[in-house]
Write a protein that binds this ligand. Structure first.
Ligand code: 8YV
Length: 326
């Protein structure tokens, strides 16, 4: 008999085929009466396939008493009730490493796009204002700026490495100085980091400990010429404080791939012209999504073959502030 898998989010069709051929898949995300599905089949579920932004909460875990494994299609597992998994001996896997380069690439692209006003400049051409009004307004030089990295994990490191190529001075904050940071400057608090830099990247793994770590003080410290970029999780930033600062101009600009309550984001974002909005797609290249799907399937296969998991999350460490990002 095929093991029963509860699927919490859609996957590309190249993953759906293999998933359905090896498992009895319950498409929770696609089911109107979710409670009825759980009442009828919850006791049979052996594995959950979910996505980073969806996770799996305690009520869902409680509805699946025979659950053995949660595989996350994404590096971030902050939305998974990891403490309950640890208590019940449920294994958790994620998809680290394979997405690092793409997330770093998009982060750098967001910085360039925001600082050089590329979207507004594109509109300038499309709306014929280049012809009718002349040149677009000047933008801000990127190379040689100072950039801060909040969370020097895999993604933060790759962003910093790329930006060093732009002759930038790199500052970072993490739980301690990181041995692999070459000549980058360690700063001992997020607020001090924000004070030192022009651009501040948030690349922290989200947890209860990092919730709103970028608060009003940090945003104020970045200041009216500062750019705040987030490719991790919305919860790392006090979103209301960020909106207030962008609306009042106490913060210069923001470039964001993640939002509270996404995709139903706060309409206040849409009224701002000093924010670059991206639809949580930093890892969304065909190549990376294929690699992420393969890891999900390989972890499932390993688990049901009684073999070691490829990318297990260490649950003891899962509640501490980490240094990865999405
Ligand atoms: C994905 C993510 O967009 O890796 C993560 O934690 O949030 C992203 O890479 C997401 O998991 C896919 O739905």
């Amino acid at each position: 008999m095929k093991p029963v898998v509860l699927q919490l989010g859609s996957l590309p069709e190249w993953d759906e085929g293999p998933l359905h051929s090896k498992y009895t898949v319950l498409p929770y995300y696609n089911t109107d009466n979710k409670q009825a599905l759980l009442d009828e089949h919850g006791a049979t579920v052996k594995a959950i396939v979910t996505r980073g932004e969806i996770g799996a909460d305690k009520p869902l875990l409680d509805a699946c008493p025979a659950l053995e494994l949660i595989t996350v299609y994404g590096v971030g597992y902050d939305a998974v009730a990891v403490n309950d998994c640890a208590k019940r001996g449920i294994s958790v896997t994620n998809t680290p490493d394979v997405l690092t380069g793409d997330v770093a690439d998009l982060g750098v692209a967001m910085l360039l796009c925001a600082r050089r006003n590329m979207l507004s400049a594109s509109d300038w051409v499309r709306s014929n204002q280049w012809k009718s009004k002349g040149n677009h307004a000047l933008s801000t030089r990127v190379f040689g700026q100072r950039t801060g990295i909040l969370g020097l994990g895999r993604i933060g490191y790759e962003i910093a490495t790329r930006l060093a190529g732009f002759n930038m001075t790199i500052y970072y904050h993490d739980i301690s100085p990181q041995p692999r940071a070459p000549d980058w400057h360690y700063v001992d608090s997020p607020e001090q980091l924000a004070k030192q830099v022009d651009n501040l990247f948030v690349t922290l793994a989200a947890s209860a400990n990092t919730r709103h770590i970028v608060d009003r003080q940090v945003i104020d410290a970045l200041g009216a010429d500062g750019l705040l970029l987030n490719v991790s999780r919305a919860s790392n930033i006090d979103e209301n404080a960020l909106l207030n600062a962008l609306e009042s101009g106490t913060l210069g600009a923001a470039a964001l791939d993640v939002f509270e309550n996404e995709p139903d984001i706060d309409p206040r974002w849409l009224a701002l012209d000093n924010v670059l909005l991206q639809p949580h797609h930093a890892s969304a290249t065909t190549q990376t999504r294929q690699a992420m799907g393969k890891l999900v399937l390989d972890n499932l296969a390993a688990h049901f073959a009684g073999k070691p998991l490829l990318t297990p999350v260490t649950l003891a460490a899962a509640t501490e502030a980490g240094t990865e990002a999405n």
